[in-house]
Design a protein around this ligand. Structure first.
Ligand code: SF4
Length: 434
């Protein structure tokens, strides 16, 4: 088995990565070292990033001794860990194995997947979880996007939301969803809310000043007008292939706090077109608002969750004016209206596939009968997350994420697993629980 394992990849102090034979790549599940099973290895997906892990030392497997070894230097020079941040549509199976030097600051808000090198290629411990190619980098011609973006801004002259999507999302952050908006295809983002009623530890749009980690993007600073939202949404739903418009983006707070505006916008959109899907990505905190949006014409919802266990949920989301039970109520309301419901489920190897978490997820799905699990690699420093969640170490028994996917399929045969909000074509009958 060791033979097939790719070599360990490390980084020098300048971020140059290289393989280090004879050591083989190693993964981590919570804090347990794991030799990646060959079935868990894929070539590094195009569009992924490779990161050096500063002040962290890689752990490799030495086939000569059958032991794991912490690697601190190579030919007298210090070396550090390296990991992959996989492209959209891929699910992490094992995270990078490394030790941290004392009192290090948390790593930035990315996921850190186990990385190796073999026969001239990088390999990662991951799996493609969604065949939809809407965010595959090879589908983005950056020059064409630049021109299209300015044309779109011209087309929606005076529309502040269009200007935000072009100047902020496309030009500043390269957001794949906003790129698809200017390319008039698939899913279009509709950020609306500057505020949020939660304070997630790993919030990518707002971090407390005192926090040692930086938010990956700034939040929208205004609530767009109903007409600004409707103008963009109607155009996109009418013209795009497989059209979806989605409230609730990484560059905003919680859209349900802008529920009045969104309700009027959905009504206006549906007065003009019945085409496509109107989706809401949310923390699910306001079931009454969700009911109003269902009546207005909302088609699908995606509720984000780091855990189906109340304590771990509250420890991560730090909700201000709601609790876990509001999430459940929201998913019940979506079921009541026969709409599509997904959970945006943060994947953390060793926790997601642990007995306690699986039992809780089992009850949640049995109770709320959701249609889909969208897996999201949790973008956070793993060691820092384990500390903040006060996870028991040594950890609970876990079954491995490939087995976890098989378990989901076996226990909930109707459930769709994937990464993206489905279009109308993707919401097949067989994904609705009987
Ligand atoms: S719910 Fe979303 S916007 Fe609000 S704190 Fe959490 S990640 Fe940030």
């Amino acid at each position: 088995m060791e033979q097939e394992l790719p070599f360990l990849v490390v980084s020098d102090a300048n971020g140059n990565v290289f393989e280090l034979p004879p050591y083989r790549m190693t993964g981590m599940s919570m804090n347990t070292l794991v030799l990646p099973p060959p079935s868990s290895l894929i070539e590094l997906p195009y569009g992924s990033n490779i990161f050096m892990l500063p002040l962290r030392h890689a752990i490799g497997y030495d086939p000569r001794t059958g032991q794991y070894k912490e690697i601190t230097e190579y030919k007298g020079n210090p070396v550090f860990g390296a990991s992959a941040f996989m492209a959209p549509a891929y699910m992490q199976l094992l995270r990078s194995a490394y030790t941290s030097c004392r009192d290090v600051s948390p790593l930035p808000l990315y996921s850190y997947t186990a990385l190796g090198w073999l026969n001239g290629k990088f390999y990662v411990c991951g799996i493609r979880i969604d065949d939809d190619r809407r965010q595959d980098l090879e589908n983005f011609d950056l020059d064409h996007i630049g021109e299209q973006a300015q044309d779109m801004k011209q087309r929606f002259k005076g529309n502040r939301l269009a200007a935000h999507l072009v100047d902020h999302c496309v030009c500043r952050y390269g957001c794949p969803a906003a790129r698809n908006f200017v390319l008039e295809r698939w899913e279009c983002p509709l950020p609306t809310s500057p505020a949020c009623n939660a304070a997630c530890i790993g919030c990518i749009s707002k971090q407390p000043v005192s926090s040692s980690i930086k938010a990956s993007q700034d939040r929208i600073l205004f609530i767009p007008e109903v007409d600004e939202i409707a103008e963009i949404a109607i155009f996109h739903l009418e013209n795009a292939p497989g059209p979806v418009v989605s409230f609730g983006q990484g560059c905003e707070g919680e859209p349900l706090l802008a529920g009045d505006t969104i309700e009027l916008a959905i009504r206006k959109i549906r007065e003009h077109t019945s085409r496509g899907i109107i989706n809401l990505n949310t923390n699910g905190s306001k079931p009454d608002v969700v009911r109003r949006l269902c009546k207005a014409g909302l088609d699908s919802i995606r509720v984000s969750l780091n855990s189906a266990q109340v304590d771990f949920y509250h420890r991560y989301y730090r909700p201000r004016d709601y609790s876990f039970k509001e999430i459940i109520k929201t998913l019940h309301i979506i079921r009541e209206y026969g709409k599509w419901s997904s959970i945006n489920y943060f994947i953390f190897p060793g926790f997601t596939d642990s007995e306690g978490e699986m039992d809780a997820l089992f009850s949640l799905i049995k109770d709320t009968r959701i249609n889909m699990i969208q897996t999201r690699n949790l973008n956070i420093d793993p060691a820092w997350y384990i500390e903040k969640m006060e996870f028991k170490i040594p950890q609970e028994k876990s079954i491995g994420l490939i087995n976890w996917l098989l378990w989901v399929k076996k226990e909930f045969p109707w459930i769709k697993t994937g990464y993206f909000n489905p279009s109308k074509q993707g919401m097949k009958k067989e994904h609705f629980p009987v």
